[in-house]
Design a protein around this ligand. Sequence first.
Ligand SMILES: NC(=O)c1ccc[n+]([C@@H]2O[C@H](COP(=O)([O-])OP(=O)(O)OC[C@H]3O[C@@H](n4cnc5c(N)ncnc54)[C@H](OP(=O)(O)O)[C@@H]3O)[C@@H](O)[C@H]2O)c1
Length: 239
Amino acid sequence: LASAVVSGGGTGIGLATATRLARDHDVLLVGRRPEVLERACAQLGPAATWHRADTAEPADVAALAQALPGPVDVVVCNAGAPARSADPGDLAAVAASWADCFRANVLSAVLLVTALEPLLTRPGGRVVVVGSRAAASGASSPAYVAAKAALNGWLLALASRLGPEGVTANVVAPGYTAGTELVAGRIPPEREAAILGAIAAGRPATADEVAAVIAFLASPAASFVNGQVVGVDGGVVAR
Ligand SMILES: NC(=O)c1ccc[n+]([C@@H]2O[C@H](COP(=O)([O-])OP(=O)(O)OC[C@H]3O[C@@H](n4cnc5c(N)ncnc54)[C@H](OP(=O)(O)O)[C@@H]3O)[C@@H](O)[C@H]2O)c1
């Protein structure tokens, strides 16, 4: 079996991705809560194992890379989190909110890829990073928009460096995806109505619809797709 590592693989889009990849990969789920990862592995069966790590913490990611026998065929950098709101009158709180948001969404992907890069299968390795449609639309908190946009820029450098070695790197940019921990109970009804009104499909994505595109980019069939930001957003209503 090929091998895959999925950060944030215990819930939401990560769990849906791990579920698809577990059909033909040994999948390692990475996250910070052992009980969540253990439950996900029980659901996925013997192809899935887990490792506790904060992917924004250098020591945790180094230990993860050490624990992996390699080679790794697929790395899915899915771990991410929304920005905490901060009172604009409190610059220390603004700084902390932005730093935390970059840590959660940018560093967590950069450290994981940097640590696992030496283990990637060459040729044939795949890196898929979960960004957001908000990076292009601006429709989220400024720190989250900027952090996800940073991933798109980093991707270009990554794809250009890994491409000659037969490895691809792409970003999947989901629109509003219902039912994950990131959004559940966090979006007021009026805001949700506005979000849905801007989606041509008139509904949120399911985590599995996002996972299907991640799994394609992680597959041998996507060998000539590199450095792309692939939207999975149901289309935008023209205004
Ligand atoms: N839902 C949406 O509408 C939407 C839209 C666009 C993009 N996205 C992106 O999709 C990705 C997955 O989010 P989701 O919606 O599926 O929400 P989710 O259920 O909250 O998934 C996030 C996962 O990442 C893990 N995680 C967070 N920070 C981590 C860290 N520092 N180290 C290791 N694991 C970490 C969490 O587990 P632990 O807390 O146990 O570590 C959790 O399992 C995120 O990057 C998010 O920004 C979501």
